[in-house]
Design a protein around this ligand. Structure first.
Ligand code: M6R
Length: 361
């Protein structure tokens, strides 16, 4: 049942404020500015012994893991990174007893992720899951974890599940932070930021008409560049994947800082750039990148907290805490991919060559 929407993707995009509300519900403890995650199965002493976090997933879940790693590094100050699960399992990785491994999967059935979990467990590692589907294979194989509570996601391309997965990582990062070195004040700041998310998501979804017009304007591009820096880079990766999956427009994502090391050669009027430009400590750096692109006559669509002078168009998003901004900045670009695909007449819920869950190698 699409509940009055033309596609499941549109329905699922529009459900995100409620979905985020659900992943937060019952998990925040305001008295101590901390978080309770019932199924984690990791006591405080074990959690304090973690020296490193390694996140494994595929596709969109890998991208959610990249944002999750950033959240864990900044809130818990534990080195963290995310890697495609398939790459991890084929490179005979060193399995380290002081590393916490986290498998991320919407479906909980992705074979490459499941195989990585099984290999890790064989070698004695502790593996948690960040999973949407309750009781799925990955949820069962892991030692504990955090359910994402996004509700069923039918469309092949992931939207609400991505958002909820990142919010689940923010909760996990906050939990790890508060039993290590994060102050009560910072815990409170992040909790207040998390609580602002649902209303801010609704606000973004209200700009759909404007985003649809922009999508129509850019739909003639044969290829698009997506750039972001640090927290903005995974947002760029995910937005470029969304566009590829449903519109079949070729898209690349690069860290903004890497432009001058090669991809700047591609910039010309026929290759538009979508730039993630949050109001944070990197704003000036990001503006400099926009200037470099403009100097090569590249068209620019910015997703930002304030109007960008160098951009041809700016999609404004509400500001949250710096750490949580990536959660919001990707949402207008889900709508952008959606309307681009719609104006090209694509089969949005069932893009060619793709399956909802990839249970083969
Ligand atoms: O169910 P999973 O999260 O494990 O799926 C992983 C990927 O196959 C999935 O995210 C894929 O990239 C989607 N089509 C993204 O929209």
């Amino acid at each position: 049942d699409m509940g009055g929407h033309d596609t499941y993707m549109h329905k699922e995009i529009s459900e995100q404020a409620d979905a985020v509300d659900r992943v937060l519900r019952g998990r925040i403890d305001d008295r101590f500015s901390t978080v309770h995650l019932g199924g984690l199965n990791l006591d405080a002493r074990e959690a304090r012994g973690i020296r490193r976090v390694k996140i494994l997933g595929c596709g969109t879940s890998y991208h959610a893991g990249l944002i999750g790693a950033g959240l864990i590094e900044s809130l818990a100050r534990v080195p963290a990174d995310s890697e495609p699960a398939s790459e991890f399992r084929y490179r005979n990785p060193v399995v380290d007893p002081d590393t916490l491994y986290i498998a991320v999967s919407q479906s909980g059935e992705t074979y490459d992720v499941l195989a990585a979990v099984q290999e890790l467990k064989r070698k004695g590692a502790r593996v948690l899951g960040v999973v949407n589907v309750v009781g799925s294979a990955i949820a069962r194989e892991t030692d504990g974890g955090v359910y994402v509570h996004a509700g069923p996601e039918v469309c092949v391309v992931s939207t609400k599940c991505f958002t909820n997965t990142v919010v689940a990582f923010a909760l996990l990062a906050l939990h790890l932070g508060r039993i290590r070195d994060l102050s009560v004040a910072d815990g409170k700041r992040i909790i207040e930021g998390l609580r602002r998310l649902p209303a801010q998501i609704s606000e973004i979804l209200e700009s759909e008409d404007e985003i649809r017009k922009l999508a129509d304007e850019y739909a003639d591009a044969r290829s698009m560049m997506f750039i972001g820096r640090v927290r903005g880079y995974p947002v760029a990766l995910e937005a470029s994947l969304k566009l590829k999956e449903i519109s079949y427009i070729h898209a690349e994502a690069y860290p903004a800082s890497e432009l001058k090391h090669g991809p700047l050669a591609l910039i010309e009027p026929a290759l538009p750039t979508v730039a993630i430009v949050p109001d944070d400590e990197l704003l000036e750096k990001n503006r400099a990148a926009l200037e470099e692109i403009k100097a090569r006559s590249g068209r620019i669509l910015a997703v930002a907290h304030q109007e960008q002078e160098k951009a041809d168009h700016t999609i404004l998003v509400p500001k949250n805490e710096d750490e949580l901004d990536p959660i919001l900045m990707g949402i207008p670009l889900q709508l952008f991919a959606y309307h681009t695909a719609l104006s090209l007449g694509r089969d949005i819920d069932k893009p060619r060559n793709l399956a909802k869950s990839v249970t083969v190698e």
